[in-house]
Design a protein around this ligand. Structure first.
Ligand SMILES: [Zn+2]
Length: 491
């Protein structure tokens, strides 16, 4: 079991952040003011599903504790923890959008629960349901059987019909803070006897960008032999040290071209991840700006800060992020970089790009409607996947050998500064066919690390060198399917 699964909150006490949701839910439960349908809203990674599961446990625990938490010991709690509790059904609406799924659910909901007080239906990403499915859901929400509870979770509340929302009790979740995450990691390191540098924990909290799952996965990935050291983390994640950030920004402010070029060469040699490097710089400059608010240095720092923000916004669109970084930095020291204008231009450009993308999507949808008719959802997903595969011709060499992932990782591990690539690959799953090597990363963080043109190119040439195969490298990231129960099997 991964640490993330092991430390998933199982009761209100182990839930981190979400104080408001926690207190108001707990109060309602204690006062016996429960409702038939709950609606949990906010971005991914805020713990909606975890709270839904806690609530489901709560409804069915036979022996609540003095603190009003599920006991984890009664028959119902135990079968819930083993994933065998058939009266709690989790559905991922993203893959069960159709009216038939919901109709089936409603039919089944009429029956009494098997072993518990309530049948609890947790519908994740509920906004993905089709119009007809929503209508079917509405029917049951209008006259719910007294033994049924619904917990709906969504990241996009505007896509849910008003009629549904008005029949639920809505809870808006909050983003988890870095402190919440550090706190949780501290708790895990204590329970697991892992000695962790405090600075390493805050670095992980920062890098995971409020994704608790990513934070715990990183923690697990880089805790080796019961140690998690900052030094170790920085080394393997291709990060630079604070001293370097100080030196680099001083050199830019002093317009010392030769030294800046040396710094850039060092970054290149270290195979730095440009995106993370800029994030680190921005974080460093932010602290500098606050500390130097009344000093003359403030304007120099703000200039670099704005320029870096601008660069960051364009990274997605350049073929070679490192060369672009070099040129942009040289532009800053030559005084030819006018951040505010550039920033604006960049924003306009981005807007334009997104607008075009949107337009293409709409066009495609319309085309599909004409071709496919009503069953739009599945074909849409399929075509988006197909789109990702470039149409370039791939030749298979006669000397090609079957791709051996373990061997690939071993070889990569031995190369200078590529240890993190090996680590990330080790934590990923692979899907390989004649043309493509699809790498399913375990975390958003790992996805961002691998999904750069440079790294895809590197992996492609490495596979070619070792196995004589020219494969498209595709990096993907999705929820761990093991965590989402196969709802339809449970029915
Ligand atoms: Zn119990």
């Amino acid at each position: 079991m991964s640490l993330y699964q092991k430390y998933r909150p199982k009761d209100f006490d182990s839930l981190i952040g979400q104080e408001f949701v926690k207190i108001s839910l707990q109060n309602a439960l204690i006062q016996d003011k429960t409702v038939w349908a709950y609606l949990f809203y906010w971005s991914r990674g805020t713990g909606k599903t975890s709270v839904a599961r806690i609530l489901a446990r709560w409804f069915n625990c036979l022996n609540l504790t003095k603190e009003w938490n599920p006991c984890h010991k009664c028959d119902n709690c135990e079968s819930f923890n083993d994933g065998e509790f058939i009266d709690v059904v989790e559905i991922d609406a993203a893959s069960n959008t159709g009216v038939d799924n919901i109709r089936e659910l409603i039919e089944r909901a009429q029956f009494q629960p098997n072993q518990a007080k309530y049948k609890v239906y947790i519908i994740d990403e509920v906004h993905m349901l089709s119009k007809w499915a929503f209508n079917a859901l509405l029917k049951i929400l209008e006259e719910p059987p007294s033994h049924v509870k619904f917990i709906l979770a969504t990241t996009e509340i505007h896509k849910i019909p008003e009629t549904i929302i008005s029949r639920t009790q809505r809870y808006d979740f909050k983003k988890i803070t870095e402190d919440d995450i550090s706190e949780r990691l501290r708790h895990i390191s204590k329970s697991e006897d892992i000695i962790a540098d405090e600075a390493a924990l805050s670095l992980i909290s920062r890098l995971s960008k409020w994704w608790l799952r990513d934070a715990i996965s990183l923690f697990e990935q880089y805790s080796i032999w019961w140690y998690l050291k900052l030094e170790y983390l920085k080394h393997n994640l291709q990060l630079v040290w604070d001293e370097f950030l100080v030196e680099f920004s001083e050199n830019i402010i002093n317009k010392d071209k030769d030294r800046v070029i040396k710094n850039l060469e060092f970054l290149k040699w270290k195979w730095i991840d440009v995106k993370i490097f800029i994030e680190e710089m921005v974080f460093y400059l932010r602290n500098k700006l606050i500390a130097n608010f009344w000093k003359s240095e403030f304007s120099s720092y703000i200039e670099i800060f704005e320029a870096l923000q601008d660069i960051y916004s364009k990274l997605r669109f350049v073929p070679d992020t490192f060369s672009s970084l070099e040129i942009w930095i040289l532009k800053i020291i030559s005084g030819r970089f006018l951040p505010s204008q550039e920033w604006q231009k960049g924003q306009e450009w981005k807007k334009n790009q997104e607008w075009q993308k949107q337009e293409q999507k709409t066009l495609k949808k319309e085309e599909k409607k004409e071709n496919v008719g009503n069953d739009g959802n599945h074909s849409e997903i399929k075509s988006e996947k197909e789109e990702k595969i470039p149409k370039s011709e791939i030749k298979k060499s006669e000397n090609s050998k079957p791709l051996n992932i373990a061997e690939l990782i071993e070889k990569i591990k031995k190369e200078p500064w590529k240890w993190f690539v090996a680590m990330t690959l080790k934590a990923s799953k692979f899907d390989i066919d004649e043309k493509n090597c699809i790498i399913h990363t375990s975390t958003k963080f790992n996805y961002d690390k691998l999904n750069t043109p440079e790294l895809r190119h590197y992996l492609n040439s490495k596979i070619e060198e070792l196995f004589w195969q020219n494969l498209n490298i595709l990096i993907e990231f999705g929820e761990d399917s093991n965590l989402i129960w196969e709802a339809l099997d449970v029915f």
